[in-house]
Write a protein that binds this ligand. Structure first.
Ligand SMILES: [Zn+2]
Length: 70
């Protein structure tokens, strides 16, 4: 690993916003969280997810967290 430039680990965007470090935005932070929560969301490490996959992962995590005993 070299370079002091920080990049978002989710979308590889440059210069993550300090508020969401190490992510560039809340969305990417959500994606990372959804990965932790949803474990099943596995992507090839060689390729970053595209925006669609990110949204799907976030939605899936959201739905899961909304499930109640009802
Ligand atoms: Zn990002």
């Amino acid at each position: 690993m070299s370079g002091k430039e920080k990049r978002c680990p989710i979308c590889k965007a440059k210069a993550p916003v300090a508020d969401y470090r190490p992510f560039c935005s809340k969305r990417c932070a959500d994606v990372d969280l959804s990965r932790w929560l949803g474990g099943a969301y596995a992507i090839p490490s060689a390729e970053p997810p595209d925006e669609f996959e990110i949204m799907e992962a976030v939605e899936a995590a959201r739905k899961e967290s909304q499930q109640t005993d009802d």
